[in-house]
Design a protein around this ligand. Structure first.
Ligand code: WT7
Length: 647
């Protein structure tokens, strides 16, 4: 069926409903199939139906695979809706399951991470190496006064010490908040202050794509107004001279100097529902939201999805190209793979440096078998042509993945043909910072359709509804919602529970994802994109308001509106509309200055590609700027036609 496709002809692909059936040996050996068979199933739909009817049995089975200091008493509790709890009464630490548990098995000597630095240098860490580094770092942090419940900010490049930093913080029962290294000082400051972090762990800088990123200098600027920060730990990545503030800043190697190699700081036994981390993400209004994830249920969800979606086997070499600063890195570089005892690649550089075959040279070098990346990266690499992947031996690959934004069928086909030897499965995984884990995705047993995330994971009741929660003709599209909580879901928005409640009362009683989607006659979902004022640039999530607040902080700007516009490479790019204050001239010089202002305040990824000056902006009677109208005008769509997307 799939073997005679003409991959060069992409014209027909948008009407794609061809199925790419999985190879039978993949199905037979699939991790999920082993579990399904243990429950008497070989058909996914029948199994999925069973999993909804027996959701607690399913999750208990998964939880039993992990180590609990004390077993849970009650699997699920939802008395105080919309707040819920999983594995109530259990005592658990996710780090014990990532590291300590493996010290009694052969995994101890297995490679945890192959690290590839920007300029091609490599480091290899076994599970034992990572265990030792994490324990020493935990001791060092303890010596600085970090204890259970404290918040620690992590603003670091992708180096093994970054992974150890997350693990060390969580080991102590403290709460990490990782800030993406591409955020600017004020974004870092805002997150540190919201979290009330006591310590920040950073580096003396790093190189990315050959460019020097001055992490310590940016940190210093952020810390000009962060009253809760007591200490700054600086990892030497470049060993260049950076300013160190006496009494506040300490190099990691000094912090660890007197801590012996075999130091063990036992994992703090945490309540299942105790905080593991806060991760800030953009919403449609106001400041970034601190999405809260916990130790117990979160771990169970990540353990399951890593095992079933990526079908990880002991001999695999797994590579997720995301940054640890985003949820994908938290879930599928750090916690999920480590709990599964997997060997991973950790990558500091970019797909284009020094040439657009960097990914493929790393795949070849470490014999990567599972490769998980983003549509933006695939589209970007497509532009350079097939000759770049063709230079490399990619025969080690057996499974590909995609995440972060819709993957257009052309990119899907190119990915499968040029990277996937024309036959590998692509798992297009739909999820969110808030969902914590993958919710809609193929496993290796499902036939694939290009551009479709296929079907919900076990127990996940996804549906397409209108704004009142009523069923709609799902083939035409509507709002994507989920009907029942799952263990890895966020528990609240840090210090803002009312904002958490909006996820459950936008459409009463169900989890509102903020995406539009369709579901076809075979039950296959296609996620189309956001229906709120979240902009997805290269898969990264930005809030219109954050960009607008930044623009109006400039003395020349009276009002501003930011929208996302379809972009063939980045999925969306930022366009801003600006009115200037009296006495300022709307000219190219000012436009460039304003773009630069966003770049240096929010961060490079928020930089507007387009800026248009307008004498006025469309507003509601109460004075709210109507971004929707601007977007419709911009895309040449009828302004009134917002029927399904009117959130
Ligand atoms: C938003 C969540 C999921 C981790 C990384 C992003 C979009 C994500 C897909 C996909 C279509 C997708 C949605 C979602 N999205 N994955 N496979 N197909 N869209 O997490 O930054 O919280 O963004 O990303 O719009 O709501 P995030």
């Amino acid at each position: 069926m799939s073997s005679n496709l003409n991959f060069e002809n992409t014209d027909t692909i948008l009407n794609e409903d061809r199925l790419f059936p999985p190879k039978s040996e993949l199905v037979e050996n699939a991790n999920i199939m082993a579990y399904m068979k243990s429950k008497g199933f070989t058909d996914y739909d029948a199994f999925h139906k069973w999993s909804i009817e027996n959701r607690f049995e399913f999750w208990e089975d998964m939880a039993k695979e992990l180590h609990w200091f004390k077993p849970w008493e009650k699997t699920f509790e939802w008395t105080n809706k919309p707040f819920f709890r999983w594995f109530v009464g259990g005592q658990f630490n996710i780090v014990y399951n990532c590291l300590d548990r493996h010290m009694e098995t052969p995994v101890r000597q297995k490679v945890a991470f192959y690290w590839e630095g920007d300029n091609g240098e490599t480091r290899t860490l076994t599970y034992e190496d990572l265990y030792k580094l994490t324990n020493r770092l935990a001791k060092g942090l303890q010596n600085l006064g970090v204890k259970k419940g404290d918040r620690v900010a992590i603003y670091m490049p992708a180096i093994p010490e970054q992974v150890a930093a997350l693990l060390a913080v969580a080991r102590l029962g403290a709460v990490h908040t990782v800030i993406f290294g591409g955020f600017a000082a004020s974004a870092l400051r805002e997150r540190i202050n919201d979290a009330g972090a006591k310590v920040v762990i950073t580096a003396d800088g790093n190189y990315r794509g050959g460019k020097h990123i001055k992490l310590k200098e940016i940190t210093d600027e952020a810390l000009e107004d962060t009253p809760t920060i007591e200490k700054v730990v600086v990892v030497k990545r470049l060993s260049n001279d950076v300013p160190m503030q006496a009494g506040r800043d300490i190099y990691l190697d000094e912090l660890l100097a007197d801590i012996p190699e075999d130091t063990v700081v036992p994992c703090e036994p945490m309540d299942s529902e105790d905080l593991l981390y806060i991760l800030y993400t953009s919403g449609s209004t106001g400041k970034p939201k601190g999405v809260v994830h916990v130790h117990g249920g979160h771990a169970v969800g990540l353990y399951m999805t890593t095992r079933f979606v990526f079908d990880i086997k002991p001999e695999d070499v797994y590579w997720c190209t995301a940054d640890i600063g985003w949820v994908t890195g938290h879930s599928y570089i750090v916690y999920g793979p480590l709990m599964n005892g997997a060997t991973s690649v950790l990558f500091e550089s970019t797909p284009y440096y020094p040439n657009p075959d960097r990914f493929w040279s790393v795949v070849e070098k470490f014999k990567v078998s599972i490769f998980y990346s983003s549509p933006t990266a695939i589209r970007g690499l497509m532009r350079f042509g097939e000759e770049w992947p063709a230079k490399h031996d990619l025969s080690s690959l057996r499974l590909l993945g995609s995440v972060g934004e819709p993957i257009n069928p052309e990119a899907w086909i190119w990915y499968r043909k040029n990277i996937g030897h024309n036959e590998l499965p692509i798992v297009d995984t739909w999820w969110q910072t808030e969902t914590g884990m993958i919710l809609i995705s193929p496993t290796v047993i499902l036939p694939l359709k290009p551009g479709s995330a296929t079907k919900p994971m076990p127990t996940i009741e996804a549906d397409i509804v209108d704004k009142n929660g009523n069923p709609v003709d799902a083939t035409k599209g509507g709002f994507l919602i989920i009907r029942h909580p799952w263990p890895a879901q966020m528990r609240t928005i840090y210090r803002d529970p009312a904002r958490y409640e909006t996820y459950w009362d936008t459409i009463p009683g169900v989890y509102f994802a903020g995406d539009a989607a369709t579901r076809d006659k075979d039950g296959y979902f296609r996620v189309q994109g956001r229906v709120d004022d979240v902009i997805k640039v290269s898969g990264h999530r930005l809030g219109s308001m954050e960009i607008e607040s930044c623009l109006v902080s400039h003395p020349a700007v009276a009002e501003a509106a930011a929208i996302g516009k379809p972009d063939p490479l980045k999925g969306e790019h930022v366009k801003v509309f600006v009115t200037v204050k009296e006495g300022f001239e709307a000219n190219d010089a000012l436009a460039n200055e304003l773009k630069q202002h966003v770049r240096s305040t929010v961060g490079p990824l928020a930089t507007p590609d387009e800026l248009e000056f307008r004498p006025t902006l469309p507003k509601t009677r109460s004075g709210k700027i109507m971004r929707r109208v601007l977007r419709a005008q911009e895309l040449g769509e009828p302004v009134g036609d917002t029927s399904t997307l009117d959130a």
